[in-house]
Design a binder for this molecule. Structure first.
Ligand code: NAP
Length: 299
């Protein structure tokens, strides 16, 4: 995949644990090749106690940058020298850019831009809309931060651990007053026709164990005319996405978000906004093929 390695080849890497199944190396090396950059993107997995040393090593070896995945997004937040506004607000870093001239590490969070771009690509207009976000983890926080920047009417947030929604609401200070914390999803029964956008920021629907069968919203809600944003990307069509398509909603897939946030990282490093259409198709096909072969192997 890498065209050429020489003494000038820039090194980029994903760090996290686990990283073995990550699509980031595939996506970033695709962008690197497409835009003919002399760079390579690798993945490194290590224990938390080694994080600081690994981070300093990458800086010392003059890596160009890093992507950071679970569970280190919040730890890297404390290790970088400067933080861009979004990363500071959500206290989480998924992209690092090293400045080789002054050895400074800058921390960014491209989840929010990836989220907003995925909505804009499907012509979602934010003005006066009502949204429901399900979840209160890192992904939910980035989405909600993005939604709060837009001119929305209302944001409902539901999480199985209610207290986390209250803490998140508090963390957004004055802006948090636009969030309505929902204790039980059933409390929204009858109000759901008013909701324009539903975002699933939990692993419900994911291709593991019992999660695959889970639907993050009540089955009886009619999704016709709504926007449904699914963060889960394995499988490509979760139970929620299938219901959305069946009922005439606009479905935004986890793959859109995955590739779009990666594209914004690439832009930070190379100052090029890469085209994402083809790689979205390639990754979706990859996931479908793996699922089919797993399915056949189980039979
Ligand atoms: P996180 O920080 O660990 O938060 C997980 C959230 O999901 C929490 O709100 C948690 O609730 C909830 N949750 C976990 N298991 C659940 C279950 N069985 N039933 C109901 N709720 C459950 O993770 P995250 O980074 O926010 O990621 C959330 C999901 O989005 C993951 O599936 C991740 O793969 C996906 N994601 C996708 C992209 C993308 O590019 N497509 C980007 C980021 C994340 P509690 O607070 O009660 O534990």
């Amino acid at each position: 995949m890498v065209k050429m390695i020489d003494p000038n080849t820039e090194v980029l890497a994903l760090i996290g644990n686990p990283v073995k199944h990550s699509f980031s190396p595939r996506i970033q090396n695709y962008f690197i090749n497409k835009y003919d950059k002399n760079a390579v993107y690798l993945a490194f997995e290590f224990e938390k106690k080694e994080l600081e040393e690994a981070f300093k090593g990458a800086k010392k070896l003059k890596f160009m940058g890093l992507n950071v995945t679970m569970p280190y997004k919040e730890d890297i937040f404390r290790l970088v020298d400067e933080l861009e506004r979004t990363a500071a607000a959500v206290r989480s870093v998924n992209t690092v850019k090293f400045d080789k001239n002054n050895s400074k590490a800058s921390g960014f969070n491209t989840d929010l831009e990836g989220f907003l771009k995925s909505l804009e690509e499907k012509d979602f207009s934010f003005e006066d809309k009502t949204c429901l976000v399900i979840g209160a983890g890192g992904a939910a926080k980035s989405c909600i931060y993005g939604l709060l920047k837009k001119n929305l009417k209302k944001i409902y947030v539901f999480n199985r651990t209610y207290e986390k929604v209250l803490l998140m609401k508090e963390s957004f200070k004055d802006d948090g007053s636009r969030i309505t914390a929902v204790m039980e999803l059933e409390d929204l029964n009858g109000l759901e026709p008013e909701i324009d956008l539903i975002v699933n920021c939990t692993p419900q629907g994911m291709d593991i164990d019992d999660l695959k069968k889970r639907m993050p919203i009540p089955e009886k809600w009619d999704l016709g005319g709504k926007y449904i944003f699914e963060m889960v990307y394995k499988p490509v069509e979760t139970k929620l996405v299938k219901k959305a398509i069946r009922e005439g909603a606009v479905a935004i897939h986890g793959i859109d978000m995955l590739v779009n946030q990666a594209a914004f990282s690439f832009k930070l490093w190379f100052d090029i906004m890469p085209d994402t259409e083809e790689i979205k198709e390639i990754i979706s096909e990859d996931i479908r093929k793996k699922q089919n072969s797993n399915f056949k192997a189980k039979k």
